[in-house]
Design a protein around this ligand. Structure first.
Ligand code: KMH
Ligand code: ZN
Length: 311
């Protein structure tokens, strides 16, 4: 990284994800139009990257509909130069082959690559909801008590073959410390070249809790196992801004967005992703950092460029 990029922070807005359901917040974007508007507004607020999941426009059920991914990506690209990081995590329970299809068809600059399997648990959120908008929500959250989110070595190897073929940079989602070991193995096996980009995803039930001590542990473990790397941090719920701030202090970047946290402050729902982006950037400014532009983020992360995507 060149010297003048040292104080630049890549802010990612994870717009909707596959964790929260429509009953939890009226501001969770669902339709393609909402997702397009949220992406463009997040970029205007200073996000360099938008992490994209899609949902059925009628029901809000997370899915991996290729046409929705394409439509949203095209419309966002028409309006701004934000980096699109498409999910290959997909919806919970989606077949692995279906999850990765978006990378081979759209050839994005960046896409998530989950670095290990875990019991991705959301069932504890059931008690928080009193009024349900849709029948599917209870069942979707409830089944995660017994759900392993499958990201085996075979999955990682196959996804990395595809990413390498289409020039998509993997953003390795690290939910727990052992997954750093998985990534180190992938590097040693030649499945992926350094420098790698890690997203520490903290505070998921089934993964590592979001504490300052644990982030230091993740960071130091990655330094020992991998050497140099770029990283960002996101955290479930109220820890989002705290862990993002600690990431800045450790030299990393930050992800915000309604995928991980529905709130802007205590008891106050965020009305948009852009609102959270603006708050994270206010914190960055207080620490004498600045938000990276998409082009600066492309340099920092080593991306191929918007002219090489297929959308
Ligand atoms: N879909 C969730 C199970 C990703 O985008 O790759 C995990 C997730 C990670 O959202
Ligand atoms: Zn995601």
């Amino acid at each position: 990284m060149t010297a003048d990029l040292n104080n630049k922070k890549v802010i990612t807005a994870a717009l909707t994800g596959a964790i929260h359901t429509p009953s939890m917040s009226p501001y969770l974007p669902i339709t393609p139009e909402q997702l397009i508007d949220e992406a463009v507004a997040a970029h205007a607020a200073g996000a360099a990257v938008v992490h994209l999941h899609v949902r059925d426009p009628e029901t809000g059920i997370p899915n991996a509909d290729q046409e929705l991914f394409r439509r949203i990506s095209v419309a966002v690209k028409e309006q701004c130069d934000v980096i699109l990081c498409t999910t290959t995590g997909g919806a919970l329970g989606e077949p692995v082959a279906k999850r990765v299809k978006v990378a081979s068809t759209l050839k994005p600059e960046l896409a998530s690559l989950n670095a290990g399997s875990l019991n991705f648990a959301l069932f504890h959120l059931l008690d928080k909801i009193k009024d349900w908008k849709h029948d599917w929500e209870k069942q979707y959250l409830g089944f995660t008590e017994d759900f392993i989110f499958p990201n085996t070595f075979k999955t990682m190897r196959e996804f990395l073959e595809i990413f390498s073929r289409v020039g998509t940079k993997p953003e390795f989602e690290i939910y727990d410390v052992g997954m750093i070991n998985n990534l180190a193995f992938a590097i040693q096996s030649g499945w992926v070249k350094k420098p790698v980009y890690l997203q520490f995803v903290m505070g998921i039930l089934g993964g590592i809790p979001a504490t300052p001590q644990n982030l230091v542990f993740l960071y130091e473990t990655a330094q020992k196992a991998i050497g140099e790397f770029e990283f960002s941090v996101c955290a479930a719920g109220k820890n989002q801004f705290y862990m993002g701030t600690q990431s800045f202090l450790l030299g990393g970047h930050a992800r915000v967005g309604l995928e991980d946290n529905l709130y802007i402050g205590k008891g106050q729902l965020a009305k948009s992703n852009a609102e959270q982006v603006a708050k994270m950037i206010r914190i960055a400014h207080e620490l004498d950092n600045e938000a990276a532009t998409p082009d600066e983020a492309r340099q920092i992360l080593g991306l191929k460029g918007l002219d090489k995507v297929r959308f």
